[in-house]
Design a protein around this ligand. Structure first.
Ligand SMILES: *[C@@H]1O[C@H](CO)[C@@H](O)[C@H](O)[C@H]1NC(C)=O
Ligand SMILES: *[C@@H]1O[C@H](CO)[C@@H](O)[C@H](O)[C@H]1NC(C)=O
Length: 372
């Protein structure tokens, strides 16, 4: 079976949410008021889209969220020093992990992204380093990160050539509300985890991109309710990014397929920057982190597998590929280190669950009580 038809099979049975990192930077521009000028400069929409496609290829060339990999000598520092060791026999992710603990190569990459500032991000919010209790942070996330999908009235999709391509129904009528949900990273450390049955025991399961279940059932389960797909999937230089989207929609008109509004990753980015005590990479959060937040808006409880690395941590990036790079756990393009600090801070589960299962548990937004 070819790669393409395999993917069609994977994607045909569940809700799809598409991440348009490609147009994020354009939206960012719009915020600053020069988006329309950009449009005027580009006479033909086609040209603009082609430019965006190139950006998509650059910005999405990074691995999806995952957890694994540490330089063995470094992992002690990154995963909580001797103090953590005294408190618990399970040495897990330290919620105050600092970029100083990264291997030199990753420190350099982070600094390069900071000085490049590809998306011209300017942070004007409070902090950095504002301390929130876990409860207050949950409310902050709930109230400041808008999880909504592109609608037919949203520019530039509000033209006649987009008619019929965007799902009309609110995602909440197609997805959820659910009780217990699982977010399954694609981390190499899922290999030999035997978590399949536990994962399938959830009401809904979110997976990323083309992460397969066939041949990996024992470790990752079989159930897929939502797939979060980034533009990498369309990374084929022979075809236009948006034309591919349209072709897919023509083939699967009945499949609930949504495009996440590109503002959302930046609203989340602002909060991660606000609570982090140092500058985070000015690039969108990982799709792993976005998937977690999306599920928090659809479920009462979200169990996240191998986002915070377990004892199985490895340099292998994906459970279904042999590719390895320490950036997959610690972050290079994405501010992954800081995302993990946040998830550890919010975790309701035990260090034992992180260590043995790679499992962190976050509450759904509907279950939290926030002050007036
Ligand atoms: C979320 O979206 C709604 C509707 O588009 C808007 O009214 C509201 O201001 C947004 N909230 C934030 C925090 O951006
Ligand atoms: C699409 O949205 C833009 C921006 O809101 C608006 O200026 C334009 O008139 C809309 N186009 C159509 C065909 O409704």
């Amino acid at each position: 079976m070819t790669r393409t038809s395999l993917k069609k099979k994977f994607f045909s049975c569940c809700v799809l949410i598409f991440l348009l990192f490609a147009i994020i930077c354009v939206w960012k521009e719009k915020k600053k008021g020069n988006f329309y000028e950009l449009l005027k400069l580009q006479n033909k929409e086609f040209q603009l889209l082609q430019g965006l496609e190139k950006l998509a290829m650059i910005s999405s060339s990074q691995p999806v969220s995952s957890s694994s990999t540490h330089h063995p000598q470094r992992s002690n520092q990154a995963l909580g020093g001797p103090k953590a060791k005294l408190e618990s026999t399970f040495q897990v992710w330290d919620k105050d992990s600092s970029s100083k603990n990264l291997i030199p190569r990753l420190q350099t990459i982070r600094k390069n992204y900071l000085s490049m500032n590809k998306y011209k991000v300017t942070y004007k919010g409070p902090g950095p380093g504002v301390k929130f209790s876990a409860e207050a942070l949950l409310c902050h996330l709930r109230d400041h990160v808008n999880i909504s999908m592109i609608e037919t009235t949203d520019f530039p999709f509000n033209t006649s050539d987009w008619e019929g391509y965007l799902s009309q129904d609110d995602i909440r009528t197609k997805a959820g509300p659910w009780g217990r949900c699982a977010v399954v990273s694609s981390a190499g450390s899922l290999k030999s985890s035997r978590l399949g049955r536990e994962i399938d025991d959830h009401d809904a399961v979110l997976r990323f991109n083309g992460a397969p279940t066939v041949k990996f059932q024992q470790d990752v389960g079989t159930k897929t309710t939502i797939r979060l797909v980034n533009s990498q999937w369309y990374r084929n230089p022979d075809y236009n990014f948006f034309n591919n989207f349209k072709s897919y929609r023509k083939l699967h008109p009945d499949q609930p397929f949504y495009i996440l509004k590109p503002q959302m990753p930046w609203e989340l980015w602002d909060i991660i920057q606000e609570i982090s005590s140092e500058q985070i990479q000015p690039n969108p959060p990982s799709s792993g982190m976005l998937g977690i937040i999306i599920m928090m808006s659809l479920c009462d409880q979200v169990d996240i597998y191998e986002f915070l690395p377990s004892k199985r941590k490895t340099d292998v990036c994906y459970y279904y590929q042999k590719y390895f790079d320490s950036a997959c756990t610690m972050g290079a393009y994405h501010p992954l280190l800081f995302e993990k600090n946040m998830v550890k801070h919010l975790n309701l589960g035990t260090d034992e669950d992180i260590y043995l299962l790679g499992k962190a548990t976050l509450p759904g937004f509907r279950t939290i009580r926030c002050g007036a």
